[in-house]
Design a binder for this molecule. Structure first.
Ligand code: PLP
Length: 410
């Protein structure tokens, strides 16, 4: 057994190209939770800003004042579609607004015809819902192949032997929710496309932390939701479908908001919208739409490039201190964030570490034997210093570089 090394709590100097201190303080002041907590759980739920709160209040006010202002609400929903489309470099008619990432994935899955290409290839780093949605398609002829990781990595070449000419689609998480591993999206897209398969990128664990351009990524489908780094509420997600695929895909889960004109109120005909709205179903979640748009606007007005640099800088600081403390991470040491996952000795110990952090007013989370620390634009070097101090006092719950935790009193 080895004792975890003496921690280095000296924080390396910040990179001046990122958000400066004045900007950081200004951003933070918009998130009241920081008055009493250090919030490091954006991988689960983004912190609530004054902007998002007033979005919700605006919705309540409109309901109070007008009763049923559906024209205004639908206008707001279309504006949010346009806002998100611009955010990811898509056109608004390539974006569907759905109530969860699962709903978006299901709409696409329901539209696939598995007769010619029946294989779905996905890594074991996907969020479980991705497995569930595609496994449910087995009754329609889909054959699901999982790609196993090697330790905490799933390199592109692992997909090489399994993506073949029978592969219809490769669902791919950009960042893994349980270890922070970042997929090599461009290599996997290249491989899949060379074999005629589509790629569906699940960006839920990264969207909101850096600039995104779905066209540059060359992906066919893109799905994400608002509740994490986009700073919004649960109950709202987006699905991008590459323009030239829309017409050929007919979802078999549908509803009136998926029709060309929902307000035609025509019960006798299925007349799917020519746009990505065909992947939607019923009445849009208007309160969530009102709450989500200000979160995206807040990020955009700060600058996505600066946000990415800030997160990368903080991640680098955290990982270098963790390395000096000889604590094992599940996340690669060259990670640019936003998620850093520490290797606990067991799932029980990971939970215990989250409790110890909570006792010091630090909000983090665990998944299995990993302690998740997630960084966003509102976090600072001081947050990291505070976490390191708690980790230092509780190294017995973590794996050290020798692979064995030091257990106090045993
Ligand atoms: C990568 C990823 N995909 C999908 C989901 C789930 O999305 P939803 O609940 O909107 O279906 C999550 C939620 O944590 C996630 O982390």
């Amino acid at each position: 057994m080895t004792r975890a090394g003496t921690p280095s709590l000296t924080i390396p100097e910040r990179d001046s190209s990122v958000l400066d201190d004045i900007q950081s303080v200004k951003i933070r002041s918009r998130f009241p939770i920081f008055k009493h907590k250090i919030y490091l759980n954006s991988c689960s739920q983004g912190a609530l800003s004054d902007a998002v709160e007033s979005g919700l209040t605006d919705y309540i006010r409109s309901w109070h004042e007008h009763g049923s202002p559906w024209e205004v609400w639908v206008e707001h929903y279309e504006r949010t579609r346009a806002l998100f489309a611009e955010f990811i470099g898509a056109d608004e008619d390539e974006v569907a607004i759905v109530t969860s990432a699962s709903a978006g994935i299901n709409a696409v899955a329901s539209a696939l015809d598995f007769r010619e290409r029946n294989r779905v290839v996905l890594g074991e780093f996907e969020f479980p819902t991705m497995g569930h949605v595609w496994l449910a398609q087995r009754s329609r002829g889909a054959d699901i192949t999982f790609v196993a990781p090697m330790d905490n990595a799933l390199p592109a070449h692992s997909y090489e032997p399994v993506i073949d000419r029978h592969t219809a689609i490769v669902p791919l998480t950009r960042v893994c929710f349980k270890n922070g591993f970042r997929s090599d999206v461009s290599a996997i897209v290249k491989l899949a496309h060379s074999r005629g398969a589509w790629v569906m990128l699940d960006d839920y664990q990264d969207c909101g932390t850096r600039p995104i351009n779905v066209k540059d990524l060359g992906i066919d489908f893109y799905v994400t939701g608002t509740l994490k780094y986009l700073l919004g509420p649960p109950g709202l997600a987006f699905l991008y479908v590459r323009r030239d695929l829309i017409d050929s895909l007919q979802p078999t889960v549908s509803g009136w908001f998926a029709q060309s004109n929902p307000f035609a109120f025509d019960v006798n005909h299925l007349d799917l919208s020519p746009t990505a709205r065909r992947f939607e179903s019923g009445s849009p979640p208007i309160p969530n739409v009102y709450a989500a748009a200000p979160g995206i606007e807040l990020l955009r007005s700060t600058g996505m490039t600066q946000i990415a640099a800030h997160i990368s800088n903080l991640t680098g600081m955290f990982l270098s201190s963790i390395t000096a403390m000889q604590i094992e991470t599940k996340t690669p040491l060259d990670s640019v964030g936003p998620l850093v996952v520490l290797q606990a000795a067991s799932a029980k110990d990971a939970d215990a570490m989250v409790v110890r952090l909570a006792e010091e007013n630090i909000v983090a989370s665990s998944r299995g034997d990993g302690v998740r620390i997630s960084l966003h634009f509102y976090n600072t070097a001081n947050d990291i210093a505070e976490v390191l101090q708690v980790l230092e006092r509780n190294t017995d719950l973590l794996f050290t570089r020798s692979g064995v935790p030091e257990r106090s009193g045993s």
